[in-house]
Design a protein. Structure first.
Length: 143
């Protein structure tokens, strides 16, 4: 039995729109990561970047379940002694909801060149409007 392997030249990229309003942040991020990776396609090949473009709108309306708003932190370190900075997700979702969504999607992508190019195909917007109408994106229904 022969196996069909996708080649970089044969990849046809489409555009999809995800609406995050009222949906859990992580569930939306999982679907976006799978589309960016190309796992929804029949000719998915792990070593080829065969993913599509994803537009996520209404990132400020994504919800975090449980006590995550108060107990979950975004941490970064400057590299210097005492350089740990912490931000609660309550303030992160209030000030930069698109960054919180990007962090969630980026953490679900592979940590190699495929993941680095896939995250560039993610477009995040606060509110309903986005600037990619010319690409004729298709709405993706979240289950």
């Amino acid at each position: 039995m022969s196996t069909t392997m996708a080649r970089k030249e044969d990849v046809q990229r489409k555009w999809y729109v995800l609406d995050a309003a009222g949906k859990p942040l992580g569930r939306t991020a999982v679907i976006a990561a799978n589309i960016l990776r190309g796992k929804n396609k029949t000719d998915f090949t792990p070593n080829v970047d065969c993913g599509d473009y994803v537009i996520i709108v209404n990132t400020e309306k994504a919800v975090l379940t449980g006590k995550k708003l108060d107990q979950k932190y975004y941490r970064r370190h400057s590299g210097w002694i005492g350089g740990l900075k912490e931000t609660k997700y309550k303030t992160l979702m209030a000030q930069r909801p698109e960054f919180a969504m990007e962090l969630a999607v980026k953490g679900m992508l592979p940590k190699n060149s495929i993941g680095r190019t896939a995250i560039n195909r993610l477009k995040l917007f606060v509110g309903e409007a986005h600037t990619h109408e010319a690409q004729q994106p298709v709405a993706w229904t979240l289950d």
